[in-house]
Design a protein around this ligand. Structure first.
Ligand code: SAH
Length: 456
């Protein structure tokens, strides 16, 4: 029996898909490259913008014929398109889908498979009500055994859902209210990942720096709960690197920044979206900070964490964003010279406050022009910033062999993508390599690898 999982969207979806894969492999399914060959097909979906949603719908429509030809195959729709509540409308629209799974919760898939066949083990995958409320229904292996050898870096969800309700964002309506996973569960999972050969773990949350504030144990503590968690995961042997994302500016406390600076395994890399560089737009987005607050936070991060790299997210063309307001965002990026900006055109999402309160009147071309302007700016900034790496020797955690480029690749502590030449049969995977950089561009670096320690 074979399975195939198609995933789009954020890192959380990637993590959810890995968990589904691990569960399916425990039930005896094996992965298959091509979707039409699968007995169980899972589409893990994203609706944060119109574009991924359109892709999912396209995919679902293709699969209609597939299901007509193969009614015995299982087709499951998972993730943000399904959401946590009513799936009735989806059922009407896509009656050929067998089951609808909420984000981070594949429990019903195990139940469905158990009911269909003699999958005794499926019962043990069905989590109790408590852990189901929190998550991520349990499996013993977090990563599918078949991928064991290749997973160098992986994601570990620690905060599910989100309660902030930025006016543009559909996530709270899809992933539900914010809930942190108990620290013991997170640490146990991280340990299992390390046991499975994982070298780098990225802790995930929509607002990851809010981890633990909803857990009683931390209610009185002076320390930021995420700091306690970072220290605990840091202890795990075998793990080389630790990251966390995404942070919200309002929760970037000094003790968290100090932990990043102090803990050697925690990479000096912070993802903290600004979304807009104009106070009026920020207010209408309900972000909860001003441009100046953000500016000061960046200065604080740079002071406390030496050599830090900082990434941000920006939305262009929010309803009513004037040319002057966009210019403020442009100027802010130019001023702060951040290490990466993920730039998106605003897309009106059902139920969100922005959709209910404001008219999405900016033409697509105007949004695209703004996006391109910012993208050109950041490409200049990154070319410039990356030039500093020229001639330097950097530590790269090797994540794989790039078949087309015929080079090994991995990332620096500061999240720079690095390529280096070498024997494709060499055992670089999962190793920390020393690479001397001799070419730099905005999106990647290339260099010469230095001999492995054993070889010298
Ligand atoms: N909670 C995380 C992730 C949110 S989704 C965070 O705070 O970053 C990832 C990014 O998608 C957001 O940061 C935002 O820049 C973008 N995004 C969210 N909703 C959007 C919308 N309606 N239109 C365009 N971009 C959006």
């Amino acid at each position: 029996m074979r399975y195939h999982i198609w995933t789009i969207g954020c890192q959380m979806n990637v993590a959810d898909s890995q968990r589904v894969a691990a569960g399916l492999e425990r039930l005896g399914y094996t992965p298959v490259e091509r979707a039409p060959q699968a007995d169980v097909l899972v589409l893990n979906t994203c609706v944060v913008r119109q574009q991924p949603e359109d892709k999912v719908v396209g995919r679902l429509n293709q699969l209609k014929h597939f299901k007509e030809r193969h009614p015995d195959r299982v087709l499951a729709l998972m993730g943000c398109m399904v959401g946590i509540k009513d799936t009735g409308r989806l059922q009407e629209r896509f009656p050929w889908v067998d089951l609808f799974l909420p984000p981070s919760d594949p429990t019903e898939l195990w139940a469905y498979l158990a009911e269909r066949g003699d999958l005794g083990e499926a019962q043990t995958l069905i989590a109790d009500a408590e852990s189901r409320r929190l998550a991520l229904s349990r499996t013993d292996t977090i990563l599918p055994p078949s991928s064991k050898a290749t997973v160098v870096s992986t994601y570990l969800p620690v905060v599910l859902g989100c309660s902030h309700a930025c006016t543009y964002c559909v996530i709270p309506y899809r992933r539900g209210a914010e809930r942190s996973r108990p620290m013991a569960a997170v640490v146990a999972e991280a340990r299992q990942m390390a046991d499975q050969g994982v070298q780098e773990i990225t802790l995930l949350g929509q607002i990851v720096d809010r981890y633990g504030y909803d857990l009683g144990a931390f209610a009185q503590a002076d320390t930021t709960p995420l700091v306690t968690l970072l220290y605990a995961v840091h202890e795990i042997e075998g793990l080389q690197r630790l990251r966390f994302l995404t942070s919200h500016p309002n929760w970037m406390k000094d003790d968290l920044l100090r932990a990043v600076a102090d803990l050697p395994k925690v990479c000096p890399h912070i993802e903290v979206p600004v979304q807009a560089g104009d106070d009026e737009v920020l207010t209408r987005m309900r972000r909860g900070y001003t441009v100046n607050d953000y500016r000061q936070m960046i200065a604080r991060i740079r002071t406390i964490i030496p050599g830090v790299s900082i990434a941000t997210d920006i939305i262009v063309g929010f309803p009513g964003e004037t040319e002057a307001q966009f210019q403020n965002t442009y100027d802010l990026l130019e001023e702060l010279r951040l290490d990466r900006a993920h730039i998106a055109r605003y897309s009106a999402r059902p139920l969100t406050l922005a959709t209910r309160q404001f008219q999405d009147t900016l033409p697509h071309e105007e949004k695209e022009q703004r996006r391109r302007a910012l993208d050109n700016l950041q490409s200049e900034i990154l070319s410039d910033l990356n030039r500093r790496y020229m001639g330097q020797s950097v530590e790269v955690l090797v994540e794989g062999w790039h078949a087309r480029k015929r080079r090994w690749f991995g990332r620096t502590l500061t999240d720079r993508l690095v390529f280096f030449s070498g024997d494709p049969d060499g055992d670089w995977l999962g190793r920390l390599a020393r690479v001397e950089i001799n070419w730099t561009g905005p999106w990647s670096l290339i260099g010469e690898v230095q001999p492995k320690p054993e070889a010298t």
